[in-house]
Design a protein around this ligand. Structure first.
Ligand SMILES: [Zn+2]
Length: 419
């Protein structure tokens, strides 16, 4: 071989090795649910055995390169803990990653988590994009959200919401029935609420607290309204605060979020409905067999023994639900009145009723009592209001005698919801 041809051969090898090197110049990425709470450390009895986010394989990923699909699959497929599997080495380039979270916590029950309702290219997809070509090649890092091998922190919303939804899977009964719920983590929305017409939950923002998705209890609370709708139907929902004492109104929580609060006096419809959702959220994050149960409240609230509306307690505040915390809040403040109640009293009553003693009421049994009261699912009419008179009559029709009936009636009085 002539010197010239050797030079050509070596040059060809160099090109070959260059291409090998180029093939190695890739960006490794992986995906998983990551979440971050402002109320971490409250009500997390579940955490050891059943971490939120375990259903990360329900996150469907489509990675597009130059407009065509490069790879698609589930995040952390099959993993029960954060494992960054699968990993993918993607050639340097510009990618758009599409993600959506679709959960099927029960047969016939579907929950979809989206970023915003008005997202461009909406459909089922929420999209995130990033030009990988500009990234330094580093080993993969754990991130807070759908991530691609570097710190991507602009949206924790859907991953936080997805982590809460993931709690509804598994063997525990949370009362879900057939139906489809859409959850929009939308920071452009004021506050958080369940929309009955749309069968949708909006997790938004308010000036009193900030991004509501940072509170796992807020997310679970709104899902609780959907579950209540499925099991019981709906009531007239007049939130007008009729109490004349400041301790039983919401003036201290802050403008814009003061239509109702944990310790305010509410008419029976919202008192039961909101108390239900506080109970549901407490159930999501606590072991029903546990000796304690906590919820974190996201608005300001009052000391139970020495309430002072001029110095309310700032959120997130741990509220003890178990051991059997019978606050009897309205009665102790002298605010109780016929056909009214408070969220905190109903929360405690329903949690205790659902979880404690051998005579506890399953979700299906609670559904049966309310069905009896309304002659089917409750609708928004006066005769279907869940007053204590209506409820106690219904429970005695379903359970005419015995400990099961007494468990409901006696604890209604003990928790102060018998108004
Ligand atoms: Zn609510």
């Amino acid at each position: 071989m002539s010197a010239k041809r050797w030079a050509q051969f070596i040059s060809a090898l160099a090109v070959f090795f260059c291409s090998i090197n180029y093939a190695h110049a890739t960006r490794q990425f992986c995906v998983s649910i990551r979440y971050s709470w402002q109320d971490a450390g409250v009500g997390e009895d579940y955490q050891t055995a059943n971490p939120a986010g375990q259903w990360a394989d329900r996150v469907w990923i489509v990675l597009k390169k130059d407009g065509t699909t490069y790879w698609s699959g589930y995040a952390d497929s099959g993993a029960t803990t954060y494992s960054c599997t699968p990993k993918l080495n993607a050639p340097t380039g510009s990618y758009v990653m599409w993600t959506t979270m679709a959960f099927k916590p029960r047969s016939g029950s579907y929950i979809f988590v989206r970023d915003t309702k008005t997202q461009a290219d909406a459909g089922d997809w929420t999209w995130y994009s990033k030009d990988f070509g500009t990234l330094a090649q580093t080993s993969y890092q754990k991130m807070h959200t759908i991530n691609v091998g570097y710190q991507y922190t602009t949206s924790w919303a859907t991953t936080n919401v997805g982590a809460v939804v993931s709690r509804l899977g598994g063997s525990r009964d949370f009362g879900l029935r057939s139906g489809t719920l859409q959850i929009y983590a939308d920071e452009s929305v004021t506050g958080s609420f369940y929309d009955n017409d749309e069968q949708a939950v909006y997790v938004g923002y308010d000036s009193g607290y900030g991004d509501n998705y940072t509170s796992k209890f807020v997310v679970a609370h709104e899902i609780g309204h959907w579950v209540h709708h499925q099991l019981m139907g709906d009531y007239l929902n007049n939130y007008t605060d009729s109490a004349n004492k400041a301790v039983c109104r919401c003036g201290y929580v802050g403008a814009g979020i003061d239509s109702h609060c944990l310790q305010s006096r509410e008419f029976s419809g919202p008192a039961v409905g909101e108390g239900w959702s506080q109970f549901f959220a407490t159930s999501v994050f606590n072991d029903p067999a546990g000796s304690t149960a906590w919820m974190a409240y996201y608005k300001k609230s009052l000391n139970f023994t020495n309430p002072n509306v001029n110095s309310p307690i700032s959120p997130p505040r741990p509220i003890s639900v178990i051991p059997s915390t019978r606050y009897r809040w309205l009665e102790k403040q002298g605010c109780d009145a016929a056909d009214t109640g408070s969220e905190v009293d109903w929360m405690g009553f329903l949690y205790y009723l659902n979880n404690k003693t051998s005579n506890k009421y399953t979700f299906t049994e609670l559904e049966g009592v309310f069905d009896e009261m309304c002659g089917g699912k409750c609708v928004q009419q006066v005769s279907d209001l869940p007053t204590w008179t209506n409820l106690s009559t219904a429970v005695q029709n379903v359970y005419p005698a015995g400990n099961k009936r007494d468990h409901f009636i006696d604890n209604g009085a003990a928790f102060g919801v018998d108004h």
